[in-house]
Design a protein around this ligand. Structure first.
Ligand SMILES: [Ca+2]
Length: 199
């Protein structure tokens, strides 16, 4: 219990110091967990072709600085959150207006559940795509993030594996929610975690 109190104290002290612009995601707000209905992207998936599902979209500049483009997270299927190694192939497909202008395969071992946002973290004018992965095991829901630098060969430049851990349904051990505020610091994502009680 003491560890929890210390963590909560830290969060309360540190969180207000963050400039709102720097905050990318706040998992303390449960609405962050609301998943979009992927049916909305079915027409996009049909345009891309090849029997794929589109798991999310983010806006940004992906092929050149200043471009107004949309990156779609495209997958052969919706990755299972109970399989630690889902067998899916995923890509980022870039559109400018109605035109598909790039199609970049993500690393083979990737199984992301959605695209969250895009930010130019390193300041080169090209937005990095922030993707989320979810995993469910023994009643515990875990969410992690990956920063992907885009281009012909997308590369995962950073991972934050545990930005959200909900063990409220675990039935044993510590029943709580570990929820992080994810923010930009020195060109990287950083996080501060708070322990919240189960609802
Ligand atoms: Ca960049």
């Amino acid at each position: 219990m003491r560890a929890i109190a210390i963590l909560m104290g830290l969060g309360a002290m540190v969180a207000p110091a963050l400039a709102q612009d720097d905050v990318v995601l706040d998992y303390r707000d449960s609405s962050v967990l609301d998943m979009a209905d992927i049916a909305q992207w079915e027409p996009v998936g049909e345009r891309i072709g090849g029997d794929v599902v589109v798991l999310g979209e983010v806006s940004g500049a992906f092929t050149e600085a200043g471009a107004e483009e949309i990156a779609y997270l495209v997958s052969t299927e919706v990755p299972s959150q109970i399989d630690p190694f889902p067998d899916v192939a995923q890509r980022l497909v870039i559109f400018a207006g109605d035109a598909q202008i790039a199609d970049w395969a993500l690393p083979e071992d990737s199984a992301y559940s959605r695209a969250v946002t895009a930010r130019d973290l390193d300041g080169d004018g090209i937005d990095e795509v922030i993707l989320e992965m979810g995993f469910y095991n023994m009643g515990t829901q875990t969410i992690g993030l990956a920063v992907v630098s885009v281009g012909e060969t997308p590369e995962v430049t950073q991972t934050l594996p545990d930005v959200y851990i909900d063990s409220c349904e675990a039935g044993a051990g510590q029943l709580s929610i570990e929820a992080s505020v994810v923010f930009v610091s020195d060109g990287m994502l950083s996080s501060q975690t708070e322990t919240l009680p189960c609802a």
